[in-house]
Design a binder for this molecule. Structure first.
Ligand SMILES: O=C[C@H](O)[C@H](O)COP(=O)(O)O
Ligand SMILES: C=C(OP(=O)(O)O)C(=O)O
Length: 359
């Protein structure tokens, strides 16, 4: 219910297209309900620092951000995390594994906008429930010792979940947005800036520069009260090459071009490469091939490649969100993902590539 009291004349001009307003849980209440324990907080802090060390060349491993395109079922996502944790440990001499736990989906036009926005998968928009499920899962995954990666899309939600996140992304569709650049300047973890869907890398380079410095913008504080946020600037933003509508940009020539752009901009020469999206043309069968080609560049000594992103779930492929039939357990309802076995093989090859580069 909108409770603003207004004179009659004003009621004819205010909120003409707001159907209803529902109170939102406060960040503090959600933190109290699902607290991040000491061990989980250590996982977050250590994960962030390890990513920064890889970005800065102090750690010669590859960061691999791997997991479902989106979480729509917390049970399946937790099962995935339970499988991933021991694999991450086994390959930790070459890889720093961060699990993709994505709750916010930017859409090209329309579509399901992710579990925080619509946990019922039916357009009912129960954001309070979505935030609860999301935070609980994030805490559970970090309790397994796995650092978590999220895309930040809504400028309000970080207050609810950002303390659990080890690595963040600003997506291809929002990398040009001042709101997201300001937000990144205040986020506590390293942020990957993706190239634009049309392929513009310059826009992501601009985002890295913009987020590196302090900003002042409006948001909410932990009590949920409106607040003016003064940020410190984020020195740990970096480029993510995700291909484009026109084709991939993971090949050696494209990577060299991107690194040159970073060098010319006076930025550290480091890139994460997303093997999915424009680089696989959203074909999950292409992802292991792309990852292998990225691995070959790494094994040949390319030190600018500091990370790889993979979209992977328990079951290969994707399914339509169809209310008339039951969903297949552990399969993506957004972009197609690699299945579990292929994921493990791909991670093992990337680990070998990182170890070969060291040698
Ligand atoms: O990662 C997921 C999708 O690529 C992204 O949300 C855009 O999806 P859409 O083009 O199907 O809307
Ligand atoms: C939406 C995503 O990617 P992009 O912004 O590159 O399309 C994603 O990684 O979920």
């Amino acid at each position: 219910m909108n409770t603003l009291k207004k004179p009659t004349e004003q009621t004819t001009v205010v909120d003409r297209r707001i159907e209803k307003t529902v109170p939102l849980v406060t960040p503090l209440a959600l933190h109290d309900e699902f607290p991040l324990g000491d061990a989980a907080a250590r996982t977050v802090a250590a994960g962030r620092q390890a990513v920064v060390d890889v970005l800065n060349g102090a750690d010669d491993r590859l960061v691999v951000v791997v997991g479902p395109c989106s979480v729509h079922d917390a049970k399946a996502a937790l099962e995935y995390a339970e499988r991933l944790a021991p694999v991450a440990e086994r390959l930790s001499d070459g890889l720093l594994v961060v699990m993709r736990v994505y709750f916010e989906k930017p859409r090209s036009t329309l579509g399901w906008k992710g579990l925080i926005n619509d946990p019922g998968l039916d357009g009912s928009g129960d954001v309070n429930r979505g935030l609860r499920i999301a935070r609980q899962l994030l805490v559970q995954v970090t309790e397994l010792g796995l650092p978590v990666g999220c895309e930040f899309l809504d400028p309000i939600t970080p207050q609810y979940i950002a303390d659990t996140v080890g690595w963040g992304a600003i997506g291809a569709r929002t990398v040009e947005s001042q709101v997201h650049r300001q937000l990144s300047s205040g986020l506590s973890m390293p942020i990957g800036m993706k190239n634009r869907p049309d392929g513009s890398i310059g826009t992501a380079v601009d985002a890295i520069k913009a987020a590196a410095v302090p900003h002042v913008f409006t948001g909410i504080d932990h009590d949920g009260a409106p607040a003016i946020l003064h940020t410190r600037g984020n020195p740990d933003c970096h480029l993510v090459l995700r291909g484009s509508d026109g084709g991939p940009n993971y090949d050696a020539e494209s990577v060299a071009g991107a690194v040159e752009l970073l060098r010319t901009a006076g930025l550290p020469e480091r890139v994460v490469i997303d093997a999915s999206h424009g680089n696989s043309r959203k074909d999950h069968l292409r992802q292991p091939v792309v990852a292998e080609e990225i691995g070959a560049q790494v094994a040949a000594g390319n030190k600018a490649i500091v990370g790889v992103m993979l979209e992977s779930f328990l079951q290969a492929g994707r399914q339509e969100l169809d209310p008339t039939r039951e969903l297949t357990y552990g399969q993506s309802i957004t972009d197609a993902c690699m299945g579990w076995e292929t994921t493990v093989e791909t991670l093992e090859k990337l680990r070998d590539a990182a170890v070969a580069r060291r040698g």
